[in-house]
Design a protein around this ligand. Structure first.
Ligand SMILES: NC(=O)c1ccc[n+]([C@@H]2O[C@H](COP(=O)([O-])OP(=O)(O)OC[C@H]3O[C@@H](n4cnc5c(N)ncnc54)[C@H](OP(=O)(O)O)[C@@H]3O)[C@@H](O)[C@H]2O)c1
Length: 306
């Protein structure tokens, strides 16, 4: 195992923490529903001390009743991030596993998205996991000193591996998460911190409802005639999706393995779709998606000059 040398402050913190404390500690973002809530429950069931976080603290009440520790966290707010890790430092002194799970999908045709839509999408899905990880570093390092390693897991998506119409903001945000995760894996390895990319396929959650709520379709949009396809995209991942409780079992197995794998893929179509993207001719893959979301219908609309 890799030797980890602790800076003085971290060594002190670790010593206090290891006095009798052998339970591993995890913190997960975005636990009001779906994957975050199910993973918090699963890790708690396996004996970890779990901090589940959400913007609305009251949404964590069911998890708290099961022994999970609830904390309020808006991942887009640096003060909120700092307050959460102060609370974890006071409560546990170290953090063995950080799961950057919070995220949403900004649905809409690319040219309909506003500057603010794109900023919000990248703020929550891309920038926030980086800032949360940076803020967690002292606690992750303390865990790495105490036990030899710690883990950061970023929730990407299989649509970070290929792009669909009407969800390009989301797909590109997840591609960016995968890229940042690759760099973090190399940059944090010297400190004994493993970095894992979780790439779910379809998982049953509130994701479709949140995507529908964030859908952008202005009245003057060129894509009004294919509104059905746009609305279908908001719900696409939820068709035949795997229950979140089932999804988190292999994910927890993999995260708790020493060392964990670099990539964890689970959920409906999590292997099939990346396989098709890799092996089908690009034109065939595009044509299938164009047909699936009804873009063909626009070909018949009159090509008037604007
Ligand atoms: N479900 C799928 O099929 C699927 C597939 C691939 C990837 N994923 C990814 O899996 C992760 C979890 O999604 P899910 O499926 O479990 O959907 P979900 O049920 O909608 O959960 C998303 C969570 O993220 C939270 N969140 C959003 N913005 C936040 C912010 N600024 N600060 C803190 N929390 C915030 C939501 O909290 P609020 O209740 O406060 O909005 C909610 O708790 C996401 O990163 C998603 O992109 C999901």
């Amino acid at each position: 195992m890799m030797a980890i040398h602790a800076p003085e402050g971290i060594a002190r913190m670790t010593q206090t923490q290891t006095n009798g404390a052998t339970r591993r500690t995890a913190l997960i973002t975005g636990c009001s529903s779906g994957i975050g809530a199910a993973l918090a429950r699963e890790l708690c069931r396996r004996g970890l001390r779990v901090y589940a976080t959400a913007r609305r603290r009251e949404s964590l009440a069911p998890l708290e009743a099961e022994g999970v520790i609830g904390l309020a966290l808006d991942v887009d707010d640096d003060a909120s991030i700092a307050a959460v890790f102060e609370a974890v430092a006071r409560g546990s002194g170290s953090l063995d596993l950080l799961v950057n799970n919070a995220g949403f999908s900004q649905v809409g045709a690319v040219i309909d998205l506003t500057r603010e839509d794109l900023r919000r999408q990248f703020e929550t899905n891309v920038i926030s996991p980086v800032r949360v990880t940076a803020a967690a570093m002292p606690l992750l390092r303390a865990a790495a000193v105490a036990r030899g390693s710690a883990v950061v897991a970023n929730v990407g998506s299989i649509v970070g591996l290929f792009t669909t119409p009407f969800a390009a903001a989301y797909c590109s945000s997840k591609a960016a998460v995968h890229s940042l995760t690759d760099a973090l894996r190399m940059e944090l390895a010297p400190f004994g911190i493993h970095v894992v990319s979780i790439q779910p396929g379809g998982v049953r959650s509130s994701f479709g409802r949140h995507a529908e709520a964030a859908l952008r379709l202005p009245p003057e949009s060129l894509y009004r005639p294919v509104e059905k396809g746009i609305r279908a995209r908001a719900q696409a991942g939820q068709q035949g999706a795997m229950p979140a409780e089932q999804f988190v079992v292999p994910v927890a197995d993999a995260l708790l393995r020493e060392p964990p794998p670099r990539v964890i893929r689970a959920g409906t179509h999590s292997r099939r779709l990346p396989f098709l993207k890799r092996w089908l001719p690009a034109a065939t893959f595009d044509a299938k998606l164009v047909q699936m979301f009804g873009l063909d219908a626009l070909r018949d609309s009159p090509r008037r000059s604007p």
